[in-house]
Design a protein. Sequence first.
Length: 303
Amino acid sequence: MNLFRKLRSGLSKTRQKLAGGLKAVLTLGRSIDENLLEELEESLLLADVGPATTDNLLEAVRGSWKAGDLKTADDVLPFLKREILERLTQHDNGLAHADTAPTVVLVCGVNGSGKTTSIGKLTKWLRKQGHTVVLGASDTFRAAAVEQLTIWSERNDVEIVKQRTGSDPAAVAFDAVQAAKARERDYVIIDTAGRLHTQENLMQELGKIKRAVAKVIPDAPHEVLLVLDATTGQNAVRQAQLFHEVAEVTGLFVAKLDGTAKGGAVLGIRDAVGVPVKFIGVGEGIDDVEPFDPAAFTEALFA
Ligand SMILES: Nc1nc2c(ncn2[C@@H]2O[C@H](COP(=O)(O)OP(=O)(O)OP(=O)(O)O)[C@@H](O)[C@H]2O)c(=O)[nH]1
Ligand SMILES: [Mg+2]
């Protein structure tokens, strides 16, 4: 499947909810009035777009309507599409790339958000770009975690640095970065255990992992990727804000967009969190990952 078709099919539930809801309000030839604006607001909120972004989009519609640029409901959908694209467009959505290899990517997030799977996919994506990768198994907490990451390393034919369950995650990360540096690999991706922003000890542990990799490479980690579960909609946005406050996240990986109608949450996430979306996950398979492309995303939402 080509990239756009995969994206389009991955977003089908969200598209039904968002574009379907908007189209139901914006019937052919309907005139614009306060009732229509109210229904528009309701359908954006129902599609998990979130109050701030919904308000913001509605004000734009109202303004253009008052200015006479939008005449009937037919004009509103193309206008919204342009406005959404404008809000999604960001210029810092590429994965970090260190001047001197390896680039260290630390992956974190709450339990079950999709971290390990997303690492498997990201590794495949990096390999396709011709990069070499080492994985670091710093989720030493959950019994099967090391094994799960080992399977992804085998599928991708890349090296993995691991120790047994219960060992120090910071020590594993240190070893992984050191190995990647010694072997001159391009990327080292470190898996971590699931944690909530409220779990102080676990958040401190994340800090310890960061300090451990910085002992090998002073400006590492170059990327702190927070993996979010898109099926939780606006909760994922809130969670990202809270996580970012304690963990200094540099990029978002929005996983599980395929399984949900709540993908509208992505529209406001950049503004709400202050961190760009860098990748999206649209399935459980190794190829179900895409760098976040605002134009393709907007097109797939409405196509
Ligand atoms: N449909 C779908 N499922 C996904 C996606 N990404 C991950 N999953 C599934 O989500 C579940 C949890 O994924 P994991 O990668 O184990 O999540 P994790 O964050 O590493 O979990 P912990 O290590 O336990 O915190 C698995 O069943 C994955 O197959 C995605 O993009 N789409
Ligand atoms: Mg995991």
